[in-house]
Design a protein around this ligand. Sequence first.
Ligand SMILES: NC(=O)c1ccc[n+]([C@@H]2O[C@H](COP(=O)([O-])OP(=O)(O)OC[C@H]3O[C@@H](n4cnc5c(N)ncnc54)[C@H](OP(=O)(O)O)[C@@H]3O)[C@@H](O)[C@H]2O)c1
Length: 290
Amino acid sequence: MILVTGASGYVGGAALKRLSERGHSVSAMVRNLGRAAEVRAAGVPIRIANYDDRASLERAFEGVDRLVFVASDGDARAVMRQHANVIDAAADAGVGHIVFTSIVDMDAASTFYFTPVYRDAERRLADRGAGATILRCGLYADLILSSWLRPGRGTGEMALPLGEARVAPISRDDIAEALAIVAASETPGALYHLTGPKAYSFEEIATAASTAFGVKMRYAPCAPADYLERLWAEMPDPWPHAFSSLCISISEGRYETVSRDFEGLVGRPAEDFESFLRKAGLKRNSRKSV
Ligand SMILES: NC(=O)c1ccc[n+]([C@@H]2O[C@H](COP(=O)([O-])OP(=O)(O)OC[C@H]3O[C@@H](n4cnc5c(N)ncnc54)[C@H](OP(=O)(O)O)[C@@H]3O)[C@@H](O)[C@H]2O)c1
């Protein structure tokens, strides 16, 4: 049986749906039944557990052959502890194959807020001897849309401290597709880098958004300190630090490499950013909101 964590969230839910529709024996792990309406409606068996509660994880992992482990998010120390709980509980329960969503930004020299968290998780997976497949994910196209493009639409300006950086975004739907394929068919031990098929400058991203949404947008490089100050006014700790350090990492070129691993796994290229934005624009227009 394949157990999918984060099943009430986007990536886990989309991977679960694919596995279930393809006839695999699959169960969903959620921490809160109240957030699992779609999973319940699909009739997929549910196990309730929290990354913070080791005993609940041990119960959830009984009889599980393969675990799709969608990384946690939030305060770095908490996330590191949660990842350790999941990896240790899965290894103790004899889960044969853990498929983990890591990040491409793994260099020890990176100052990205979450890099030490993911380095720790990958090290633990190797040390615990649990069979693992690591999917190192590039920047989500969805993050660029929700965190940078949509908020910038009012002013028509995407002000970010990214200099001349380029990124190769990949959609969460494509991450889910890769997860489903790996969980269903692969043997443990592989490492994949999942990126979009093309690297874009932020001018190109703004142009693509202008075309997709019919609203003029431009990229306006700004100073890191100005961006950080804006973030502190907009969001709670730790997100200002997470986003500002992400921008430093991006401007150091850590998200620009294009990998063909997705195509090798799935048999088609990942969706390009223009197509992702076109679909996002259509969805919003069909809801009669911009
Ligand atoms: N590469 C990138 O650009 C990028 C960008 C953003 C995020 N990420 C990573 O990708 C992951 C998946 O993204 P997403 O969009 O699918 O996120 P999402 O929609 O927020 O889903 C996160 C899932 O994790 C579950 N979860 C969180 N804390 C948990 C805990 N303590 N115990 C058990 N379950 C817990 C959530 O449960 P609830 O529904 O109960 O909250 C939810 O099901 C994120 O968690 C983050 O690690 C990557």
